[in-house]
Every structure is written in C-alpha cells, then in structure tokens.
Design a protein around this ligand. Structure first.
Ligand SMILES: [Zn+2]
Ligand SMILES: [Zn+2]
Length: 237
C-alpha cells in the first residue's frame, strides 16, 4: 500500500515541460497554443504526442493511423478538386464550404484547402488522439473495445489490417456525422469501428441509420425467400 501511494505521489509531483511548440489561429478564429506534454527535463525534442512505443512492432503504423484520424481531414485524391488530400483539421491553409467548392472548381482552383465540415480545434484534436490511443491500447492488450455500430469486438488483427478492401479493417468513425456549421470532430464522437459499418452509416445520423437498417432487415427477410433463385444453374467450378 505504502509503495503504491509513493508511486502515485511521485507521478503527481512530476511536472510537465509545457514549452511552447507553436501557436496559430484555428478555423473558428481562436488563437491556440501547442505546448510540450513530455515531463520536465525530458530527452530529445519537445512534443505533444503520447508514447507509441507501447505498441511494439506496430508503433509506426499506429502512430500514423491515429495521426491521420485525429489531426488530418479525409480528402480528395483527384488533382482537379479544390479540396486537399489530407489537410490539417485545426490549422488548414483555407476552409472551403460545399458552395465555395463548386465555385472554385469552375475557376479551376485546385488543392486549396479542407472541407468546412471536417475542421476542429487543436485542443479537441489532441483529446481525440488521447481517446483513440487509449482505446487502441485496450484492443492491443486484449481488454476489449466494441465497434460502436455493430457491437462486435474489435481485434488487433483487424486494427492493423492494411488491406483497404477488408471490410472488417478499422477506421475512425464519427457517430454524429460531419456536417457543415458544426464541429463534429470531438472526443466522444470519434470511435474505432469497422470499415463496412462506417460505410453503411454514410452521412446518416443514428436515428436515420436505425430506420435504414430496420427497413433493410425487413426487406431482406422477404428477399431471402424469393423463389426466382430456384433457377440457379447447377455448375460448380
Ligand atoms: Zn518539452
Ligand atoms: Zn462493426
């Protein structure tokens, strides 16, 4: 007990470096600072990201995956889109609404900024990173983490699957979907889930998703008994 208390106390007494790394104005017009989150007297350069070495051989993959999900927008890979393929959510070169995107495209202005519905603040992105990190660690350690959409347990094999066509590979999902005029990228709304489940949700909010899936289930029960399929050819090959 005494030893445990000592460890707890020494953790509380450890001071954080807090050195200023960068400051900027976020898309909402607030000035934000990025400060070092390492312990005072740390080795090497200042930084604000958690320790990814806990993921062993997968540390680079996990650090990259979480960096993309927490801090970068999804984007367009098309060279004739005004939208960048991966830009900063909290410090983008420009924020572009759906309306502006059409105008810019007509003016042939390409790769200028990020979509308005994707932006957030550094503080929120940093908190999203922490949650994604904690839940990834929980999957890594076998402590469990459920897909918020299908409720099935996410495995580490699924989490590190690099096959982009694998429907059970893992993506960050926004439970309330991204929508212009709202900041939907915040901790609590971003969770790890299956690619298939995320794609079925699409732009739907959860109420719309329930209706959609319910209708589909009711319909599928009928289709499953559709007699037209008695005509299936008998080839096996
Ligand atoms: Zn530092
Ligand atoms: Zn799922």
């Amino acid at each position: 007990m005494k030893e445990l208390n000592k460890i707890k106390e020494s953790k509380i007494n450890m001071k954080v470096c807090k050195k200023l790394i960068n400051n900027f104005v976020n898309p909402l017009g607030e000035t934000e600072e990025i400060r070092c989150t390492k312990l005072q007297g740390h080795k090497y350069v200042c930084g604000y990201r958690p320790d990814y070495s806990v993921f062993g051989d997968d540390k680079k993959y996990v650090a990259g995956k979480i960096n993309n999900m927490a801090y970068s927008t999804a984007g367009s890979t098309a060279s004739n889109s005004p939208i960048l393929n991966r830009g900063s959510r909290f410090n983008p070169p420009r924020v572009i609404s759906k309306e502006e995107e059409i105008l810019l495209k007509e003016q042939k202005q390409f790769r200028k900024g990020v979509r308005k519905d994707e932006v957030s603040t550094f503080k929120l992105c940093h908190e999203v990173e922490q949650i994604l990190y904690d839940t990834a660690l929980s999957i890594y350690n076998g402590d469990g983490c459920q897909c918020p959409l299908c409720g099935n347990e996410i495995t580490w094999e699924q989490f590190v699957s690099k096959e982009i066509t694998n429907g059970l590979s893992i993506q960050g999902c926004h439970l309330d979907p991204l929508e212009e005029g709202f900041v939907r990228h915040y901790p609590g709304n971003v969770m790890w889930g299956h690619r298939d489940c995320n794609q079925i949700q699409g732009d739907r909010d959860l109420v719309e998703l329930i209706d959609y899936v319910n209708n589909m289930v009711e319909h599928l029960k009928k289709v499953n008994h559709d007699e037209r399929r008695v005509n299936e050819p008998s080839y096996t090959w």
